[in-house]
Design a protein around this ligand. Structure first.
Ligand code: BES
Ligand code: ZN
Length: 648
């Protein structure tokens, strides 16, 4: 792609640098917390404790390994067993280990030095906080290097969903899956639950006969006692520890990529995701080797609250991606891309979430372009931009539209908006356009390589950008422009404006029909060649033509049969319009959708729109539907939708 920067821009950039009193060699960030911490032998980024969503004293003691030895008990819906934790002292004098826990029952704590038992039960459970849980403070002896914690999870653990056999597709066996990001690893085990700390892990699991456990680790080996053993020898942040247990089958895609799923969807999933090897090749070509060995995908039950989750070696995926035409596989490109951005180079706190999600959304789009060409990539950019503009207009406060998020965020959920994803990706598009792909691609590859297996802050990135790209190309970018992206609100004017000719056609055809200038035949004929992307653009564009007339929705549905469509993205976009336009004929199908799909991206906004529809009958209807659907939703989704109905 060509460098889009016009010449006059560099003049402006140079004067802007002068105007803000910066010179070209000073790109040091304003917020230098991570860079000005006390200088000791240990890496500076670990020394400064800047994650406020953890109780862990990771500036003093750092957990290096956790071994989990657990019974997976479906009757009582608990994980029950022993966590053995190894750690190092960052400060030699440290005499306490503070771990995060949430809803855990701690039965005993034993201390060890080099395999020799020391004292027992010298610990304190702190007060419970609704978001953070409770700190577990363990008094260490001199030279204690290992603690052994006997514990049990709660059936209410937010990170675990226990499904009864009737809630699965096969109907015969129960299912368990975890979701640790962002703060729920602490509901699964006591640990330092911050992305700033990396640890290796191993696990021994006992599961009921006929069930197969999987983890974000080695594939799992069964021993003569029927126990399964897992190993993750590469250090990862706690939010990437993951487990799934169920009647799960496997189908290979190639020698190191495959799909796990319940039987009913296994073949369809392997077909839908058959291009994953090409994605891995493209990603590797652009940004360096895939470092995790195998890459498998597991298709979870429909209550999985996300599109995908990048658990290392084993991405967790929603079944709503199985559209039959590979139209939603950008989510695979996304989760795979996290193997570089996020899993290899990790945001050191959730304030820097864009370093995970923005980078990943950028890489995702580059990989989609490599595989399917610029047209599809630009369509996805344009759809994302439509979403970002809406998200920006709905932001609770302007600080939440900065890439560097404010220190007083209430919950990391606030960090995972389209700001981190799409504004983040667009900042990188902007840099790509300014420096040119010939320079920017190797730069990003080096960023992943130089920071592999580390936690990084926004300020680390700015410094690295200056040292490795900007210093030699100072005219490409001014400090003020960079600050506007990172520390400023909204979408900077320097953002790319993705323009898809195909989308322009869609908008034109829709516009002439809505204006009564055509009878719709032209749109109908053109639509025979439309991809899911064009349909989504069409449905989103309805908003741009003023209030939607229910008569138009009726004609659209009669012509194109949106209600009940099997493509979850199209269905969602259609039901949003149906709610807005008062197209009540869609409600039985919408009810079915809400009863069977638990993916947050869809159901949070659908419930929100119903609640805010201004129609009492719809509000009551939504509450009734939710009451029935709620037990089937994931605990994370339950909390989020409870909040929607509670809000004024
Ligand atoms: N890491 C996220 C999922 C996540 C976010 C879990 C916040 C917990 C807290 C994952 O990589 C993701 O971004 N999934 C997206 C798909 C993507 C294509 C935007 C999703 O779930 O929709
Ligand atoms: Zn992501």
């Amino acid at each position: 792609m060509i460098n889009l920067k016009p010449v006059v821009f560099s003049l402006f950039a140079a004067s802007a640098l002068l105007a803000t009193g910066c010179n070209n060699t000073e790109m040091a960030p304003e917020n230098t917390a991570a860079n000005t911490g006390p200088k000791t032998e240990m890496p500076a980024r670990i020394i400064t404790k800047d994650d406020k969503f953890t109780y862990a004293n990771y500036d003093e003691v750092r957990v290096t390994h956790i071994d989990l030895n657990l019974d997976v008990n479906f009757d009582s819906k608990v994980l029950d067993g022993i966590a053995t934790i190894k750690f190092e002292r960052v400060k030699p004098e440290a005499d306490m280990l503070v771990l995060d826990t949430k809803n855990l029952l701690i039965k005993s704590v034993r201390l060890f030095e080099g395999g020799t038992a020391q004292s027992e039960n010298n610990y304190l459970m702190g007060q419970d906080h609704p978001v953070l849980g409770a700190p577990l403070t363990i008094q260490l002896n001199e030279n204690t290097d290992t603690v052994l914690i006997s514990y049990r999870t709660s059936p209410e653990a937010e990170g675990l969903q226990w499904l009864s056999p009737s809630q699965t597709a096969g109907k015969k066996k129960p299912y368990l899956f975890s979701q640790a990001q962002a703060l729920n690893a602490r509901t699964m085990a006591p640990l330092q639950d911050t992305p700033a700390v990396r640890l290796t892990y191993s696990a021994t699991l006992r599961v009921p006969e006929g069930l197969r456990p999987l983890m974000s680790a080695s594939q799992g080996e069964i021993d003569e006692n029927g126990e399964y053993h897992f190993d993750m020898p590469q250090p990862i942040p706690s939010y990437l520890i993951a487990i799934a247990v169920g009647d799960i089958k496997f189908k290979a895609i190639n020698d190191h990529i495959g799909v796990y799923a319940e039987d009913y969807i296994l073949d369809a999933a392997a077909e839908e995701f058959s291009e994953t090897p090409l994605m891995e090749e493209a990603n590797t070509r652009l940004y360096g080797p895939y470092r995790w060995g195998r890459y498998d995908l597991i298709v979870l039950p429909p209550s999985f609250p996300y599109g995908g989750m990048e658990n290392p070696r084993l991405s967790f995926m929603t079944p709503t991606l199985i559209a039959g035409d590979k139209s939603l596989t950008n989510v695979v490109a996304h989760e795979l891309a996290h193997s570089w951005s996020g899993n290899l180079v990790t945001n050191s706190s959730w304030r820097d979430a864009w370093l995970n999600e923005g980078f990943t959304s950028y890489v995702e789009n580059r990989v989609m372009e490599e595989l399917y060409g610029e047209e599809r990539a630009v369509m996805e950019q344009a759809l994302d931009m439509e979403g970002l503009k809406r998200a920006l207009s709905e932001a609770k406060r302007p600080e939440l539209t900065h890439l560097k998020l404010p220190a007083d965020m209430e919950h990391p959920d606030d960090a995972f908006t389209l700001v981190s994803y799409i504004k983040g990706a667009n900042f990188l598009f902007f840099l790509e356009d300014r420096f040119g792909r010939d320079k920017f691609d190797p730069f990003l590859k080096a960023w992943f390589n130089d920071n592999a297996f580390k936690a990084v802050t926004t300020e680390d990135f700015i410094t690295y950008l200056h040292e490795n790209l900007h210093k030699d190309n100072p005219e490409a970018l001014s400090r003020a422009e960079l600050d506007a992206w990172v520390y400023g609100p909204g979408l900077p004017e320097t953002a790319r404006k993705p323009e898809s000719d195909a989308f322009k056609d869609v908008t034109r055809l829709l516009g002439t029909w809505l204006a009564g200038d055509s009878n719709g035949d032209e749109m109908f004929d053109a639509s025979k060649d439309w991809s899911t992307h064009e349909w989504l653009h069409m449905l989103n564009s309805l908003d741009d033509f003023g209030d939607i007339d229910v008569e138009n929705l009726k004609v659209l549905d009669a012509t194109y049969s949106f209600t009940g469509t099997q493509n979850a993205e199209t269905a969602f976009a259609w039901y949003m319009q149906a709610i807005k336009g008062g197209y009540d004929e869609a409600y039985p199908a919408l009810e079915e959708f809400l009863m069977t799909v638990g993916r947050g991206k869809f159901i949070y906004r659908l419930y929100g729109a119903l609640k805010d529809s201004g129609r009492e009958d719809l509000q009551f209807w939504a509450e009734d539907v939710y009451e029935v659907a709620r037990p089937g939703y994931h605990p994370i989704a339950q909390r989020r939708i409870d909040d929607i109905f509670k809000a004024e």
